[in-house]
Design a binder for this molecule. Sequence first.
Ligand code: NAG
Ligand code: NAG
Ligand code: NAG
Ligand code: NAG
Ligand code: NAG
Ligand code: CU
Length: 257
Amino acid sequence: MFSKIVSVLAAASVVSAQASTSAPVITGNPAGVSYVATLPEKAGSALRGSLSATSAVDGTGVNFKLSISGLPAEGGPFMYHIHELPVPENGNCTATKAHLDPYKRGEVPICDASKPETCQTGDLSGKHGNMTTQEWSQEYLDTYLALRADDVSFFGNLSFVVHLSNKTRIGCANFVKVEGDSYSAAPVPSASSGYAPYPSASAHHNTTVVPSAASSTTGAPIAPSSTSPASPEFTGAASKIAGGSAALLAAFAALML
Ligand SMILES: *[C@@H]1O[C@H](CO)[C@@H](O)[C@H](O)[C@H]1NC(C)=O
Ligand SMILES: *[C@@H]1O[C@H](CO)[C@@H](O)[C@H](O)[C@H]1NC(C)=O
Ligand SMILES: *[C@@H]1O[C@H](CO)[C@@H](O)[C@H](O)[C@H]1NC(C)=O
Ligand SMILES: *[C@@H]1O[C@H](CO)[C@@H](O)[C@H](O)[C@H]1NC(C)=O
Ligand SMILES: *[C@@H]1O[C@H](CO)[C@@H](O)[C@H](O)[C@H]1NC(C)=O
Ligand SMILES: [Cu+2]
């Protein structure tokens, strides 16, 4: 009898331990702070785009703007995440390791988007949807990520990684802080509007930040950008092989290593 009660209690505590691996809503994110991760251009790959992140005006969560073009015709739907390490100088996406997951939830079972607090904090496509077309733009608020460096869900020094459906890593970039406080009021990204990793014209206007509604425009076409120079750091296997789909496959294979 006693041992039965003990085992029931033990089972109950296991259940509550699992239920407690839930991410808290992040408040107190610093106002007017933005980061952007811009994918480098890789020889043999048409993939371009960026993920920008701006503290919500009231400090609760982070507004994301995803703008990607040149996803492959095959191999989707495409997932993307914030990973736990930055991309090294050589551009090796594998070195970013796993998803940002400070509450140690693990990758399985997969994220249930109706319960985002139970997902890995870095699992953006799990919480907000996969990219399902070759060009993809989307904006949303994620309340479980932090731009305050004292929180375990801070990602300003980390990376974002784009995957094929079979998890092959096809692109990755580090977040870089955007100087100036008017970034969040900037219009939809284009090649010439300062979406470079190191914006030269860091605006210092004292702009009042307008709250942007968490909207989602899935699949809206965007203009591909082709004016930023190829990244000198990105001298991995991919850029040493001539263009064409064979090179693309070789690049994928290299990234899987
Ligand atoms: C993943 O999918 C791509 C495109 O469909 C394919 O080229 C690649 O070989 C696959 N990789 C693995 C590990 O299955
Ligand atoms: C990429 O990083 C992974 C993990 O750190 C490592 O095992 C692999 O050897 C690296 N590949 C290259 C080409 O540097
Ligand atoms: C990122 O910054 C946070 C807060 O300063 C720190 O705890 C963490 O170790 C850093 N991560 C990496 C990979 O540098
Ligand atoms: C997103 O894509 C992955 C890989 O194909 C798949 O496992 C997952 O179910 C997809 N998520 C949704 C919500 O469709
Ligand atoms: C910006 O404008 C606000 C509102 O007018 C003011 O309270 C704040 O001090 C200004 N900040 C700077 C850096 O000028
Ligand atoms: Cu990932």
